[in-house]
Ligand binder design. Structure first.
Ligand code: ZN
Length: 340
């Protein structure tokens, strides 16, 4: 009996070690990743990782799912949609973008970041945003690029969804797209952290304005937080996303489909409350390659509630879609006028 218990313990220990390694590294580009494991002095991961990569090749499997609650590991079927696009940045794990795209992704003002609220600086010029046409129902072109799912508005007339206000002067920022970021485990998929806490997922509204002939980009970031009650407002968007992700199971990465019409207030129903709770402002970058800097970031304090069941939609593809937090370096994070 003792021998069996001992063997069991060894087996479980090996599995936990493999799980630890794989929670940090994936096989999307085996050689590159193994190289970096060595460079980082994590040789102990190397053997388990190699075994996993052999298994992956032999069995045509994609990722191991790490179930944090039960410490169990299960193999999931390879996503053909993702593997087809193997030479794209979407297939390189975000942990390795800094090395893979050094001229872009390893600069000093990168996003996302952890926001330590006690270290933010109050800026009374960061006034409320003016949200225009967030209640306008439009159709959206939906695209899954193998990493994130993106919605681009399809306008039927001259009305545009835009924001102004804050400290933006006369600039009006129109929406270019909104897209989602998520993690492999439900509850830990946001890109930004607030006081070192990750949340379930994150949505980015990418806004652009023309300022003196130059295009300036700004992002409005909202974190999703797990709640026990279903957020009925999200049902429609989640339904559209499911439709898209289900189609992408059939090799259709990058193919666009057009959603039914809906307004952004489905996602953000209470704009007044969003303004009342305030936001954090800092200078950062795109959170995907080419990691372009010069982006004005606004991370809102008001979070979007989502139930565990609803959040499942993000786990459809069994892959992460969020970049780890980047060093703040010499930047300052400001908090808006509503947060004294
Ligand atoms: Zn984003």
């Amino acid at each position: 009996m003792k021998l069996i218990a001992c063997l069991n313990a060894i087996f479980v220990f090996q599995f936990i070690k493999i799980a630890y390694c794989l929670s940090n590294y994936e096989c999307s580009n085996q050689n590159l990743i193994l190289e970096h494991i060595d460079a980082n002095g994590l040789e102990s991961c190397n053997r388990q990782f190699s075994i996993y990569c052999c298994l992956q090749t032999l069995l045509n499997l994609e990722t191991l799912q790490i179930d944090d609650s039960s410490k169990s590991v299960k193999l999931s079927k390879k996503s053909k949609a993702i593997s087809e696009a193997s030479d794209r940045w979407q297939t390189v794990h975000p942990n390795f973008w800094n090395e893979r795209f050094p001229n872009q992704c390893s600069k000093l003002e990168q996003s996302p970041i952890n926001i330590e609220t006690d270290e933010t600086v109050h800026d009374r010029n960061l006034k409320d945003f003016k949200f225009k046409n967030f209640g306008l129902k439009v159709q959206w072109k939906m695209k899954f690029d193998g990493y994130s799912i993106e919605f681009v508005p399809v306008y039927k007339n001259s009305q545009r969804i835009s924001v102004s206000g804050s400290n933006l002067g006369s600039s009006v920022f129109e929406i270019a797209n909104f897209h989602f970021h998520w993690g492999r485990s439900i509850g830990r998929g946001s890109e930004h952290q607030i006081n070192r806490r990750s949340d379930a997922a994150e949505v980015h509204l990418v806004m652009k304005a023309n300022e003196n002939g130059k295009t300036r980009y700004m992002v409005l970031g909202f974190l999703f937080t797990l709640r026990n009650i279903r957020n009925k407002n999200l049902d429609f968007i989640i339904g559209q996303m499911k439709k898209k992700l289900d189609i992408d199971e059939e090799f259709q990465v990058d193919k666009t489909i057009v959603s039914s019409a809906f307004a952004l207030t489905k996602l953000l129903p209470n704009l007044r409350e969003i303004n009342r709770e305030g936001y954090f402002r800092y200078n950062g970058s795109l959170t995907v390659p080419p990691c372009t800097e010069g982006i004005t970031w606004n991370v809102f304090r008001k979070k979007i509630p989502i139930s565990r069941n609803q959040a499942q939609v993000f786990n459809n593809e069994n892959h992460i879609s969020h970049r780890p937090v980047q060093p703040l370096n010499s930047r300052t994070v400001y908090r808006s006028a509503r947060m004294p």
